[in-house]
Design a protein around this ligand. Structure first.
Ligand code: FA5
Ligand code: MG
Length: 438
């Protein structure tokens, strides 16, 4: 076991101990969470797991499992889900019926193998890092993307489907990143005839060629380019359906273990480029290990919060979790395209800094989790504003600026200071940082 593992294990253990009251409150509030009378076990939605050295799950994250915001009527995530699925229903039909099957209720508890191996993620790939994922234990995790379901659904015989669900990542904290967010996965497979129609007797999908930046070794250039065109025009059509044509967008080359070539789409929002989706031509190995037929396909994963933020003018991602009627009531209009969120909180943010020396193997996402556990949604952002290495001891010093703000009420300086003080104390105790200044 590495010392990082030890540190995380200790961290999680302590978080569980330290937040016993918090956990009990959660259990009362949320029947789906319980420790099953045995605090060393984790029970999520009726399933019980033995934590181990890979566990990174925290109580405030377990509390979110089963909330299914994307299935709550009139929630902005549900509205955007409906808009996009309607677009696919309209766009693709077979004999008058929608071509795409839609799944919006698949459990986010998946095997580590489904999340990574089934989509060809190598054992040493960065996306598997303990610091970036919510592992339940070494075999199970909360899915980090809806791509975790691609392979099983293709194996079940589907060749066009959408999967909408909550996904979980230990990420940094700001207006467009949240540890629980929602994705829509899309997969469409094509036979030669489905891609080329009448011309298919003169074309071929496969060849024994070379892998280049433009295509996989198994695909003919014409098949790869046609599929790329089909994928990009479909997604651009979807974006146009949502936002009209006045939006600035750009395609950026990307890399995913499960697609090649791959791209991301960015949209200009509040003066900045915001990445809203990843996509690409599916690695042939995923398709051929799932079905016998001669098909190729594309896949994409949309970030629903970011699309909803652009569509409805929602300034911060944490607002999706508020239960404040002043937020939720704004999404009850009939014509959803006309909805523009009117901010109801004009309260100024409170900024507080914390500087500390890091222990060896310090993980920034441990600090982010800790801040969220203690500050909850009163924390709007955590920025790294300074970092340096001590010239003699080689110890790293970091200074984080934490932005506190409530969307629902005035947050006093005393209240924010108390949270800030608790964060400093917990960081010292649990993460073994040496506080320099708070
Ligand atoms: C993926 O998750 C891939 N599985 C997408 C994919 C599917 C690619 C199929 C190819 C084929 P990525 O990590 O880039 O890729 O996330 C996809 C989208 O989710 C991003 O474009 C962004 O819109 C959203 N997203 C990612 N991280 C966060 C976060 N922390 N908070 C909110 N939204 C996020
Ligand atoms: Mg990305």
């Amino acid at each position: 076991m590495t010392s990082t593992c030890l540190m995380n294990c200790h961290f999680i253990g302590s978080i569980y101990k330290a937040s016993k009251t918090y956990l009990t409150t959660c259990i009362r509030r949320c029947s789906r969470l319980s420790t099953n009378g045995n605090p060393s076990m984790i029970t999520i939605q009726g399933q019980t797991f033995q934590p181990d050295e890979m566990t990174t799950l925290t109580p405030n994250i377990i509390e979110k499992v089963g909330c299914n915001l994307h299935n709550q009527q009139n929630h902005p995530l549900c509205l955007i889900k409906q808009c996009i699925t309607n677009f696919f229903y309209k766009q693709f039909t077979r004999l008058g019926n929608p071509l795409f099957s839609v799944y919006d209720n698949i459990s986010p508890i998946v095997t580590v193998s489904a999340n990574f191996d089934s989509v060809l993620t190598p054992p040493d790939h960065v996306s598997r890092r303990k610091g970036d994922n919510f592992y339940i234990n070494k075999d199970y995790m909360l899915r980090a993307h809806t791509s975790a379901h691609q392979s099983e659904l293709i194996k079940s015989g589907l060749d066009a489907f959408l999967v909408i669900g909550d996904v979980y990542r230990r990420d940094h904290i700001d207006a467009s990143h949240y540890p629980v967010f929602h994705q829509m996965e899309g997969v469409q497979l094509y036979s030669n005839f489905q891609l080329f129609g009448e011309k298919s007797n003169k074309t071929s999908l496969f060849e024994d060629g070379e892998r280049t930046v433009e295509k996989q070794q198994f695909h003919t250039m014409i098949a790869a380019k046609s599929l790329e065109h089909q994928l990009k025009t479909t997604l651009e059509g979807c974006i146009q359906e949502l936002f009209g044509s006045g939006l600035e967008i750009k395609w950026v080359d990307a890399e995913f273990p499960f697609t090649h070539p791959s791209w991301e789409l960015e949209i200009k929002f509040q003066g900045e480029w915001l990445e809203v989706l990843g996509c690409g031509i599916m690695e042939q190995e995923i398709i051929s290990s799932a079905i016998n037929g001669q098909k190729i396909g594309y896949a994409f994963g949309l970030g629903l919060e970011r699309l909803a933020m652009i569509l409805f003018d929602i300034p911060h991602i944490k607002l999706f979790w508020t239960e404040d009627e002043r937020f939720l009531n704004q999404f009850k209009a009939k014509d959803i395209c006309s909805i523009k969120f009117q901010p109801y909180s004009k309260y100024p943010p409170l900024l507080m800094d914390i500087s500390y020396w890091c222990p060896p193997n310090y993980e920034a996402n441990d600090f982010h989790d800790l801040v969220r556990n203690i500050g909850g949604d009163l924390v709007e952002a955590v920025e790294l504003i300074d970092e340096f290495v001590h010239p003699k001891t080689n110890v790293i010093s970091r200074c984080n600026r934490i932005t506190y703000r409530s969307m629902d009420r005035t947050l006093t300086k005393e209240e924010a200071s108390q949270i800030h003080w608790k964060i400093a104390a917990a960081a010292e105790h649990l993460l073994k940082v040496d506080i320099r200044k708070k």
